[in-house]
Design a protein around this ligand. Structure first.
Ligand code: BES
Ligand code: ZN
Length: 620
């Protein structure tokens, strides 16, 4: 079993009683300096001021520990680019006493260990500090980068190991904490956190929050801006800038149904509210599953709900990830592979199997494309070696899609009903715990493989985890709709009339369009590209995913008429998954490389530090 802190709280929430358990060691985590088997964080109290002139979050953090080693006198925390001005220690609710602290020299991958002297008996530490304007986990946006263009904006992105760039703490997913927070902002702005918000604090410049469920540090999240709220159902709603909130609420109006569908499959939603925060377009991810408050890119507001699988995905993390958390970053597939599988089950429940299968096929194509760009062989497997590396360096679609295919395979072999029961039990058994790949394999063997022997072999399981490709015995999705798209493509590429293609395509959904463009030969002539664009207006597409595959085709065929629009897209949008492949494709040729460098020079300032770092790798 994995380490579970605050068992009293966890069992209250889960309703299943767990009594006094022996102290279970927290798994070693090479991405953190924290000495978690001496002190393990239980609770945090934050008091921070967001200063938009200085671009700093500054104030105090108090950490309350379970002392796991009564003799330990040194606490080691994670930090990155923080200015530390004071450290204090205390025993229980006793008075604070100043204590010695020291910052080690930073390493590029993990930042600086912060060493604090903890006199005998002390189990609380309070640190006074300020973040750096260049903090890797923060983006400070100018008014021009927001929808309203009047107020600045700030958001955090803690996953995987950026929480340490705005809070000194034990920054690893093997430890869970509850927290209370006070956030001070300019009076005209609103702060939101992925936590329970105290009602009635708007307009005062002081906001208070409470996170009663124990979470890993990567789920700590804050945003500050000109934000307003619109309810979608009693427990779901949208936070966004005023000019965005209506469109977002329309696009995501099925969210409540998604929550209900997921509960039916995998058990109760245990986090109270489920809201979405729609960020400005520089948000470097599609979505981030911050508890109670998913952070989302506005690029999924397509007007036709075609990209709402993002909501299904981030919502699914409320079970796979937030409830049962990867114990260390090499176990990342337990978060993302499970979530991608759950996401498609939610899509199937709401919109039917045909759509879920189309999305699964797009996923398989992503997996192949993504694997082809990976240079470290083990990064092509579900179990990358992250020793000495920032987990972000190993980030790719592999954990998502190979992981989802693995679960799809298990579902196929054991039967849906059996597998659903199994997954639900996994979430219930490990609720509010961090779990390792080993934990999962043990559970799989005892709960499924031993009960139905001979259906799946150990060797197959190992191949799923260790192979650099999709196993030959995988159960791949198929789609009749995509077969029809391919037939229409072949007819047109083979010289068939545009009118025939246009009339076939009249009923296509965004998914079929994405597949059509993505599956076009990279050898199309300028005349063919012009004909397609003239007919279907791909260059002007308002669907960010269709535009993405079109721009990739444009680069491959040197269709330069699309380049101005592509450049606008790459400057306006900071979502890594949409822009990185474009930079990568461009950088593959000398002309393209020069263009990529020029676009990046223009876009750089507006990108999140993580997007900036990723693009730099590609265009350097
Ligand atoms: N948790 C991830 C985002 C993430 C992963 C941030 C690792 C930092 C490090 C989130 O749930 C996610 O997977 N987002 C996807 C959404 C998509 C698969 C629907 C994204 O951003 O593209
Ligand atoms: Zn995810």
């Amino acid at each position: 079993m994995a380490y579970a802190p605050l068992l009293a709280v966890a069992s209250l929430l889960t309703g299943c009683g767990s009594k006094d358990t022996p102290m279970i060691p927290i798994p070693a985590d090479s991405s953190s300096y924290a000495n978690v088997n001496a002190f393990a964080t239980m609770h945090m109290v934050l008091d921070l001021t967001a200063d938009f002139d200085l671009k700093t979050l500054a104030g105090t953090v108090e950490l309350q520990f379970e002392r796991r080693d009564p003799n330990a006198t040194a606490l080691v925390l994670d930090s990155r680019d923080l200015a530390i001005t004071n450290a204090e220690a205390a025993v229980g609710t006793g008075a604070w006493i100043p204590t010695a602290f020291r910052l080690d020299a930073p390493t590029p991958a993990f930042g600086s260990a912060l060493r604090i002297t903890m006199p005998p008996g002390t189990d609380r530490a309070r640190i006074t500090y300020s973040s750096s304007p260049a903090a890797k986990g923060l983006q400070w946006l100018t008014p021009a980068q927001t929808a309203g263009r009047v107020h600045p904006f700030l958001f955090t992105q803690a996953q995987a190991i950026q929480a340490r760039s705005f809070i000194p703490l034990q920054d690893l997913p093997g430890v869970r904490l509850t927290y209370d927070a006070t956030i001070r902002t300019p009076k005209e702005l609103v702060a939101v956190m992925a936590a329970e918000m105290t009602p009635g604090t708007a307009g005062s410049g002081v906001f208070t929050f409470r996170m009663p469920q124990p979470i890993p540090s990567y789920l700590i999240a804050l945003a500050v801006g000109d934000l307003t709220f619109k309810a979608m159902s009693p427990r779901t709603g949208i936070w966004a800038e005023p000019s965005v909130v209506e469109a977002a609420a329309r696009e995501f109006e099925d969210t409540e149904q998604m929550v209900a569908a997921t509960e039916k499959l995998y058990g109760p939603y245990r986090w109270g509210r489920y809201d979405l925060l729609v960020l400005p377009p520089s948000f470097p991810f599609g979505g981030m599953e911050n508890p109670r408050l998913t952070f989302a890119t506005p690029t999924v507001i397509a007007g036709d709900k075609s990209l709402v699988s993002l909501v299904a995905h981030e919502l699914a993390h409320s079970w796979s990830g937030n409830l049962v958390t990867n114990a260390t970053w090499p176990d990342f597939w337990l978060n993302e592979g499970f979530t991608t599988y759950l996401e498609r089950r939610i899509i199937e429940a709401l919109y039917g199997k045909a759509r879920a299968d189309m999305e699964a096929m797009i996923g398989v194509a992503d997996l192949a494309d993504s694997r082809s760009t990976i240079t470290v062989p083990r990064d092509k497997t579900l179990l990358p070696d992250m020793t000495g590396r920032d987990p972000d360096e190993a980030y790719s679609s592999v954990a998502y899609e190979q992981g989802a295919l693995f679960l799809r395979f298990l579902e196929d072999k054991f039967g849906r009903q059996e597998f659903d029961t199994f997954l639900r039990k996994w979430f219930d058994t490990h609720a509010f715990e961090s779990a390792t790949t080993e934990d999962f394999l043990t559970f799989l063997k005892t709960e499924l493989m031993a009960r139905k022997p001979g259906v799946v072999t150990d060797a197959q399981v190992q191949e799923w985890l260790q192979a650099e490709g999709v196993p030959a015995f995988a159960v791949l999705p198929t789609s009749d709709a995509f077969t029809r798209v391919e037939r229409a493509r072949d007819a047109w590429v083979g010289g068939g009339p545009m009118t025939t293609l246009a009339s076939t395509a009249r009923v296509w959904s965004a998914h079929e369009w994405i597949h059509f463009v993505d599956a076009l030969p990279r050898t199309l002539t300028q005349a063919q590209m012009r004909a397609l664009d003239g007919q279907f207006r791909f260059t002007q597409s308002g669907n960010a995913e269709i535009a993405h595959v079109w721009f990739r085709l444009a680069i491959a065929t040197r269709y330069t008429q699309a380049y101005a629009a592509m450049e606008d897209y790459m400057v306006r949008i900071g979502r890594r998954k949409l822009i990185l492949p474009l930079y990568r494709d461009l950088a593959a040729t000398p002309d393209g490389k020069a263009l990529a460098v020029r676009i990046f020079a223009k876009a750089r300032e507006g990108y999140h530090p993580m997007a900036r770092a990723s693009v730099e790798q590609v265009v350097k």
